[in-house]
Write a protein that binds this ligand. Structure first.
Ligand SMILES: Nc1ncnc2c1ncn2[C@@H]1O[C@H](COP(=O)(O)OP(=O)(O)O)[C@@H](O)[C@H]1O
Ligand SMILES: [Mg+2]
Length: 359
């Protein structure tokens, strides 16, 4: 039998206020040893504040925070077994790559020979062999990102904290660095806690994701569950984008949309909800397809007027408007000819892939 991993980080009922601003509202969550956890949410929701409390640069107002089982409240950052990759990297531009990486080891008064050995080892890991002598002001943004990563990892922290680590990179470089980050995480087996506002990045990188909204964690789960079984309307919308169709629970486990019975949503999805409860049906755009009005649809289907057809390479986005003014988006493979704008079409989808959230 394999032993259950312990908790690398335990955030226990933490609140953080800045005067009248409550940045973190009673958050509790545990990060397991070796996990890659991402804190995801819109700008200003409290992600950096939470990360900085783990690192020790910010202290909680109330609550406890434990690293490897020990409370670290009041403990200086350099005395915690963590290292941070800052959003703007915070490198020394006029020093060399090797000097930047060596920084934390010098602070810890590591022996010179050992520093040289570990810097070399790190240059290899971050794919910058031969760049040790370059000044940071003379390397690219992607390379600077790696140096920041190397500088944090060289002190061998048990928890690596990353604040929007790839935010400054262009799309292509970002994709490449996502793959590298994942590889480094796998190779080192350390605990990573990252912060991002980019849902795709969070889904790609993480073992688990904590979705934050206005200082609270709304859901903390594996990517698939966040996407398929969002706990709240906010999570449904923020992670992946969703059609949210307003509905109401009727007697006998039925669902009403615009007062009319709506079939095709499984009883297991409706579950224990009460009659009269107002809900939204979560329908992912890639599960929706359009067909001509006279056609027959399988599963849930609503007729709508096509208001927009946007071609974006592999998929075409078809936007429809229902009679009540609400809209629906279908992401279809751009293989078939698109429907005409202004025409009517049936939007249908696989009801077994739908989900319900409260509203
Ligand atoms: N040092 C500070 N002083 C006052 N307010 C702050 C400070 N740091 C953050 N805040 C506020 O706390 C909230 C959360 O900020 P932050 O954690 O930086 O959000 P995020 O990283 O998700 O964008 C914001 O309203 C922000 O203005
Ligand atoms: Mg931030």
């Amino acid at each position: 039998m394999t032993e259950k991993p312990g908790n690398a980080v335990e955030i226990d009922a933490i609140t953080k206020s800045y005067g009248d601003t409550v940045a973190i509202r009673h958050v509790s969550m545990n990060v397991q040893d070796g996990e890659f956890v991402t804190i995801l949410g819109p700008s200003g929701c409290g992600k950096s504040t939470l990360l900085r409390m783990i690192s020790g640069f910010v202290e909680p107002t109330t609550g406890d925070l434990r690293i490897a089982g020990k409370s670290v409240v009041g403990l200086a950052p350099y005395k915690r077994d963590t290292a941070m990759v800052f959003q703007d990297y915070a490198l020394f531009p006029h020093r060399t790559v090797a000097e930047n990486i060596a920084f934390g080891l010098r602070m810890r008064k590591t022996e010179k020979k050992e520093i040289a050995r570990r810097v070399d080892e790190m240059l290899e890991l971050i794919n910058l062999k031969g760049f040790g002598g370059r000044r940071v002001s003379e390397i690219s943004g992607g390379q600077a990102q790696r140096v920041a990563l190397g500088r944090a990892l060289v002190v061998r922290p048990s928890v690596l904290l990353l604040d929007e680590p790839l935010g400054a990179l262009d799309m292509k470089l970002r994709k490449q660095m996502q793959a590298e980050l994942k590889k480094i995480h796998r190779e080192l087996g350390l605990t990573f806690v990252a912060v991002t506002h980019d849902q795709e990045e969070a889904l790609t990188l993480s073992d688990r994701i904590a979705v934050m909204n206005a200082g609270r964690v709304e859901q903390f789960d594996v990517p698939e569950t966040l996407y398929r079984r969002p706990a709240t309307r906010f999570v449904a919308d923020f992670v992946g984008g969703a059609n949210l169709i307003d509905a109401e629970i009727a007697a006998g486990g039925q669902l009403l949309v615009n007062g009319k019975p709506f079939t095709g949503i499984g009883a297991e999805v409706i579950g224990e909800r009460k009659v009269g409860e107002k809900v939204s049906v979560v329908v992912r755009p890639e599960t929706v397809s359009t067909s001509p009005s006279e056609g027959i649809a399988n599963g849930p289907a609503i007729e709508a007027t096509i208001t927009e057809v946007l071609f974006s390479g592999a998929v075409q986005q078809v936007v429809g408007r229902f009679d009540d003014g609400s809209t629906i988006v279908a992401h279809e493979q751009a293989l078939k000819p698109p429907p005409d704008r202004g025409s009517k079409a049936i939007f249908s989808w696989d009801g077994s892939l739908s989900w319900l959230v409260s509203r």
